[in-house]
Unconditional design. Sequence first.
Length: 88
Amino acid sequence: MVDAILNSGAPAPIDVQVSSPDLDQIYGIAQTLATRFRELHGVGQVFIPQDMNYPALRLDVDRVHAGELGLTQKDVVDNVITALNSTT
């Protein structure tokens, strides 16, 4: 907690962020940067918080049919999240 306060809320004193619409490409770049940072003297820990091999679910919501049922995309996603996080 003290580290986060001293680092302006970041999990580390140096926070490097990379972004791109191409997730595969940017993940490769992040891995390359992490490898090079680990070679620097004085670097303690380097980590990439996103796991690109994590299971994913893509939802294609038919807005017309959802609207006929009185549902928004947010309603659909909220219900799917609830169903997936349920223990029953």
